[in-house]
Ligand binder design. Structure first.
Ligand code: HEC
Length: 273
């Protein structure tokens, strides 16, 4: 990581800086426009494959893996069986799984918080079984993956409408752009301003499309993990203490992070290195 740190020239610039009001449309335009300008030869739809959109060499490996039996296939299938077994379809918010993937994350005005897909799965699981479910791997990641698969090919379309939603979005945006940890870096330093560049053995993925294939399978994990598990890993990359998965800070950040990918297709190809 050291090499990267010295390579990072922090521009200290925030795309779509908050002005008097929240203009999500303008933020999305600026965010997506930045990547289009940086990578004019990359198709917009290809941002769903993350780092593989920017690096031809690793893209070949990725496609080879998908051509075979991807290492997450069985787990996702099991997630579908678990969805049935735990009666999650009886919960109105999950009755139509594809619609549920598309409807989350959303801002619940009555509760005054951002609700994530994993939040809803956990609530429904507890209602049906009386038990608690984890937040990062295992059942939650399998079931969430299976639900997301039902919406594959549909476009992410996060809505930020009420004043409360806008406030949550602004909080999430601030978290995404905040410098933190021993390296004093922000998410944007790696995944916006240095996307496509090398950090040790990794090439940094663009934040555009980051939430299209979640939960993701990682070879490093040897399994599937939720987006918030990945957030925790990146807090560690920043030499900062991870927050709790499903904490309000991560939920707000997810709300912003997914909104930046509005228009990108949801993908069932969840393999990452
Ligand atoms: C020091 C650089 C660095 C910083 C800062 C950083 N990350 Fe990462 N992140 C990585 C690396 C390296 C990977 C693995 C390669 C890749 O996909 O970019 C990664 C992967 C990811 C992925 C998975 C991408 C995929 O396609 O599956 C997400 C999501 C992510 N980071 C989000 C964040 C968020 C949100 C923040 C801020 C809290 C953040 N990262 C901060 C280095 C960083």
């Amino acid at each position: 990581m050291k090499k990267l740190i010295t390579a990072v020239v922090s521009l200290g610039l925030m795309i779509g800086t908050a002005s008097a009001g929240t203009d999500v449309g303008a933020d999305i335009k600026a965010f997506q426009g930045y990547f289009k300008k940086q990578n004019p030869s990359v198709e917009f739809a290809d941002y769903t494959i993350g780092v593989y959109a920017l690096d031809a060499g690793s893209r070949d490996q990725f496609e080879e893996i998908l051509d075979g039996i991807p290492p997450y296939e069985e787990a996702v299938e099991k997630g579908g069986e678990e969805f049935e077994k735990f009666g999650l379809g009886k919960c109105s918010a999950l009755k139509d799984p594809a619609a549920a993937r598309l409807a989350h994350p959303y801002y619940d005005d009555a509760a005054g918080t951002v609700v994530t897909l994993e939040g809803t799965i956990r609530r429904c699981y507890t209602e049906q079984t009386g038990k608690k479910m984890g937040t990062m791997k295992g059942k939650i990641a399998r079931i969430s993956s299976w639900i997301s698969d039902q919406a594959a090919g549909e476009k992410i379309n996060v809505k930020v409408e009420s004043d409360g939603a806008k406030a949550a979005y602004e909080r999430g945006k601030a978290t995404f752009y905040a410098k933190r940890g021993q390296f004093n870096m922000s998410c944007a330093d790696c995944h916006v301003y240095n996307a496509g560049k090398k950090a040790r053995a990794d090439i940094l993925s663009p934040a555009l499309g980051h939430t299209s294939h979640v939960p993701m399978y990682r070879a490093k994990w040897g399994g599937i993990g939720t987006l918030h598990r990945r957030y925790g890993g990146c807090y560690k990359n920043m030499r900062a203490k991870p927050l709790m998965a499903q904490s309000s800070e991560y939920r707000d950040m997810e709300f912003f992070h997914q909104a930046m990918s509005n228009g990108i297709e949801i993908s069932a190809d969840r393999y990452r290195k």
